[in-house]
Ligand binder design. Sequence first.
Ligand code: P6P
Length: 293
Amino acid sequence: KIISREVNKAGLIDIIGAAGGKNVHGEEVQKLDEFANSVIIKTMEHGGHLAGMASEEMDSFIKIDMQYPKGGYLLLFDPLDGSSNIDVNVSIGTIFSILRFSAGRELTEADFLRPGAEQAASGYILYGTSTMFVYTTGHGVHGFTLDPSVGEFLLSHENITTPGHGKIYSINEANTKHWFTGTSKYIERLKSPEKDYCARYIGSLVSDFHRNLLKGGVFLYPGDKKSKNGKLRLLYEANPLAFIVEQAGGAASSGDKRILDIIPQELHQKTPLIIGSKKNVDEAVTLWKEEGI
Ligand code: P6P
């Protein structure tokens, strides 16, 4: 709610001051992703639910301070994904993943490096035309919409399921020159005369994912000749969305394996990601394997 309030003021940059500068009161203005990061840490560190956190914004994991009670969960998050879109008033999102932690011993980075299949919960908050909270604990996917007039999230999308096949594809086609053959052949197939696909790419992962989740379709951020592991992060972007999409009946793959089966090697590792309606993902993965990802 706090992040939504600040994100929705981002348009008032001339009044509240640009990030890194000072506002009309001469106060330092934090970058919104740094602000979101500190809001989440301050909100979650004292509740007694967590043994630690890991954030896209911070190199190493965060231990819960001695002064606070510790709990049996780890929170991994991207506090404000797509923050480059803030200045142009495009939707952005927070993505989170929750792992279990057997309390009673010293927390290490290895405790965060668990496959996505072990997640206890995951979800995202989308700061769009409305602010939505979408989550799963392994019992379906449920969406809540913030009613700012009462400051409460109301259950607006119970048991979200994604269509088995969709006609939307989302990929940054400016990267065509770097694509491996499999990606090129798959996208060319979608654009062939006998198909009637629609390209939609906002450039904000949570927005592109959420639209395809509800309408059906596929989002691809593949590895390519320039970046073999693509751009998106496994632990707090691909894994949480993969848990959501599988619970909604969809699929998520790195091209050569199910996202939720990947054993992480490091906190901020990247992974190629193809995610969405099961038939779309299966078709792309099959072609990628035949042609070489
Ligand atoms: P590109 C935003 O910067 C982000 O991390 C995701 O939200 C988004 O899906 C992706 O990068 C867009 O990347 O290379 O297409 O601009």
